[in-house]
Design a protein around this ligand. Sequence first.
Ligand code: HEM
Length: 496
Amino acid sequence: METILVPVITSILLILLMKKLYFQRKTTCYNLPPGPWKIPIFGSMHHLIGEHVHHRLRRLAKTYGPLFHLKLGEVDLMVITSPELAAESMKTHDLSFASRPQFMGSKIILYNSGDIVFAPYGKLWAQLRKICTIELFSSKRVKHFRSIMDEEGNNLIEKIRMADGVPVNMTEMLLSVANTTISRASFGMECAQQHKIFSAVKDTFKYMSGFDLADLFPSFSFLGEITGMRRHLEKVHKVLDSTLDEVFEEHQKKSINNSIDYLDEDLVDVLLRLKKTGELDESVTLDNLKGVIVDLILGGTETTSAIMEWAMAELVRHPEIMRKAQSEVREAFKGKTKLHENDITNLPYLTMVIKESLRVRPPAPILVPRYCSETVELGGYTIPAGSRLLINAWAIMRDPKYWKDAEAFKPERVETDEQDFNASRFQYMPFGGGRRICPGVNFGVASIEIVLAKLLYHFDWELPGGKRLEELDMEESIGLALTKKNPLLLVASPHK
Ligand code: HEM
């Protein structure tokens, strides 16, 4: 019976899809950017198979130019691979591209995309974004959170010390530091539900890329049913939602019994205070606040740990650069038994190492997709309303047209090239750009800086088992962020 059902269902599906796509095609006739050849129904999907999407998209840009078009099922996807066009989309036409596409994952997990990352451009997004800028990541608050980063950095140093020369799994340890830092900033010191929440979030990110069948054929929502995606997401959402409810309730109870000082507030406290004091628009619900917390975990954990991991791998591969970075830190803090975060403010060479790591290994290589809300002209082509836009920041930041010796890891280049985090020149934009630029830049960079400074100050580093530097594999894997495929194992010897 099953053997008959599968081809029957597939055929019905194909007929329905063809009919729909045929009628769609007849109604539109735009001057679209060029793109590779397509097959019926699936369009250019087959061009994305075989390697990581940022690599594949760079290869396609070499043939079709800095703005090309992919038809992926029902979706028109535009891909930008030049700073000029990135600026056009994020500056000149910032408003037209300020929205996000709506994915099944973001709708189910993030309260109908009622969070910051996936909210369509509009009133809700503006409210949540304002909370981020004024409250969650204000310089005062980030300064306060630096003490959490400091403590977590010290705990890491102790763990590595205890390994006593046995190779340590830096990948695992750095992720744990990033997770604990975000957890403490969000929920406070003790959060019994932390692991449940983090593992539920981890369970969902693979459905947020927009490349799932249900997201490429959005008007055929039953595809989510057939592939099992909807069921899985709903199950995870239920666990995540009820656990976040518990955390919010506990915080609410705590705030009724005690008044909490500004600097003792964790991020859940801040969100609840804003809700209680009526500083938020009435349309902002508790679900939106839970969505914000999920965003902080999604956006602020693996991105930060990935860059610390890549930076350590690059430093170990380049002993000259490692020596220079270590000399800077060791000279600055000579004689101290412990580095305090207050001291870690003026380390220009370390900042260069971080900026260069973000250039060669941006944690979000194709940023976060944008949605075109009105038809615009871009680079001499028409981008129809409803198209999705990807900016291949990874390819732009490795383009030899803009970067000398582009593939090489050279922190010194930061002295001559402008690499600011605000993407004022769109050759460098690890945090995106325009009005949806990452709001967690200061938080992220502070944690990376504090942890790396401590690692470099306290230890000398080498590969285990007498491995040669060239043997350190730098293979990539893409999950929530661009990470090393294989864990980074290093031997640490305490610096006397
Ligand atoms: C090295 C660390 C990080 C990198 C490379 C990074 C990168 C990015 C990128 C590329 C975007 C999309 C920007 C765009 O569309 O133009 C983004 C958005 C976002 N990031 Fe980050 N991020 C980092 C750390 C953080 C941290 C620590 C947090 C919070 C704890 C955070 C929260 C967010 C949020 C909420 C958004 C959505 C903004 C919006 O849509 O308005 N990120 N990030």
